[in-house]
Design a protein around this ligand. Structure first.
Ligand SMILES: [Ca+2]
Length: 94
Protein backbone atom coordinates (compact mmCIF):
# COMPACT_ATOMS: atom_id res chain seq x y z
CA UNK A 1 0.00 0.00 0.00
CA UNK A 2 2.85 2.38 0.82
CA UNK A 3 4.33 1.73 -2.60
CA UNK A 4 1.01 2.44 -4.35
CA UNK A 5 0.69 5.76 -2.55
CA UNK A 6 4.32 6.62 -3.27
CA UNK A 7 3.93 5.89 -7.00
CA UNK A 8 0.69 7.87 -7.27
CA UNK A 9 2.18 10.99 -5.70
CA UNK A 10 5.40 10.63 -7.67
CA UNK A 11 3.37 11.14 -10.84
CA UNK A 12 0.75 13.57 -9.50
CA UNK A 13 3.35 15.62 -7.61
CA UNK A 14 4.49 17.35 -10.79
CA UNK A 15 0.99 18.75 -11.41
CA UNK A 16 -0.59 22.01 -10.23
CA UNK A 17 -3.14 19.89 -8.34
CA UNK A 18 -0.86 17.35 -6.71
CA UNK A 19 -3.76 15.05 -5.85
CA UNK A 20 -4.79 14.21 -9.42
CA UNK A 21 -3.35 12.65 -12.56
CA UNK A 22 -4.25 14.06 -15.97
CA UNK A 23 -4.42 11.63 -18.89
CA UNK A 24 -0.76 12.05 -19.93
CA UNK A 25 0.46 11.24 -16.41
CA UNK A 26 -1.92 8.28 -16.08
CA UNK A 27 -0.50 7.05 -19.39
CA UNK A 28 3.08 7.32 -18.08
CA UNK A 29 2.16 5.57 -14.82
CA UNK A 30 0.45 2.70 -16.68
CA UNK A 31 3.34 2.34 -19.12
CA UNK A 32 5.99 2.30 -16.38
CA UNK A 33 4.21 0.44 -13.59
CA UNK A 34 1.43 -1.63 -15.20
CA UNK A 35 2.88 -2.79 -18.52
CA UNK A 36 1.07 -6.11 -18.35
CA UNK A 37 -2.27 -4.36 -17.88
CA UNK A 38 -1.79 -2.45 -21.14
CA UNK A 39 -0.78 -5.68 -22.91
CA UNK A 40 -3.96 -7.31 -21.61
CA UNK A 41 -6.08 -4.48 -23.02
CA UNK A 42 -5.09 -5.04 -26.62
CA UNK A 43 -7.02 -2.10 -28.05
CA UNK A 44 -5.04 0.90 -29.29
CA UNK A 45 -7.11 3.23 -27.12
CA UNK A 46 -6.29 1.38 -23.88
CA UNK A 47 -5.21 4.47 -21.95
CA UNK A 48 -8.20 6.53 -23.13
CA UNK A 49 -10.60 3.72 -22.22
CA UNK A 50 -8.94 3.26 -18.84
CA UNK A 51 -9.18 7.00 -18.19
CA UNK A 52 -12.92 6.99 -19.00
CA UNK A 53 -13.45 3.87 -16.85
CA UNK A 54 -11.68 5.37 -13.83
CA UNK A 55 -12.76 9.01 -14.04
CA UNK A 56 -15.95 8.68 -12.00
CA UNK A 57 -16.52 12.43 -11.52
CA UNK A 58 -15.66 13.22 -15.19
CA UNK A 59 -13.10 15.94 -14.40
CA UNK A 60 -10.66 14.38 -16.92
CA UNK A 61 -8.22 13.58 -14.13
CA UNK A 62 -7.75 10.51 -11.95
CA UNK A 63 -7.47 11.00 -8.21
CA UNK A 64 -6.13 8.40 -5.77
CA UNK A 65 -9.52 6.88 -4.99
CA UNK A 66 -10.31 6.51 -8.68
CA UNK A 67 -6.92 4.88 -9.34
CA UNK A 68 -7.53 2.44 -6.49
CA UNK A 69 -10.49 1.01 -8.41
CA UNK A 70 -7.99 -0.16 -11.05
CA UNK A 71 -5.50 -1.45 -8.48
CA UNK A 72 -8.29 -3.37 -6.73
CA UNK A 73 -9.59 -4.86 -9.99
CA UNK A 74 -6.09 -5.98 -11.01
CA UNK A 75 -5.44 -7.46 -7.55
CA UNK A 76 -8.70 -9.44 -7.68
CA UNK A 77 -7.84 -10.68 -11.19
CA UNK A 78 -4.39 -11.84 -10.04
CA UNK A 79 -5.92 -13.55 -7.01
CA UNK A 80 -8.45 -15.38 -9.22
CA UNK A 81 -5.66 -16.44 -11.57
CA UNK A 82 -3.49 -17.84 -8.77
CA UNK A 83 -6.51 -19.44 -7.08
CA UNK A 84 -7.29 -21.30 -10.32
CA UNK A 85 -3.61 -22.18 -10.68
CA UNK A 86 -3.47 -23.63 -7.14
CA UNK A 87 -6.66 -25.63 -7.74
CA UNK A 88 -5.24 -27.05 -10.97
CA UNK A 89 -1.94 -27.90 -9.23
CA UNK A 90 -3.93 -29.80 -6.57
CA UNK A 91 -5.76 -31.81 -9.24
CA UNK A 92 -2.48 -32.80 -10.90
CA UNK A 93 -0.95 -34.03 -7.61
CA UNK A 94 -3.82 -36.46 -6.91
CA1 LIG B 1 -11.77 12.19 -11.80
Amino acid sequence: MDRTIEVFYKYSGEEADKTKLPKDKLSKLLEKKLKNFLKYRKDSEAVAHTMRDLDVNCDEQVDFKELMRLVTAITITYNDFFDDYRKNQGKQEK
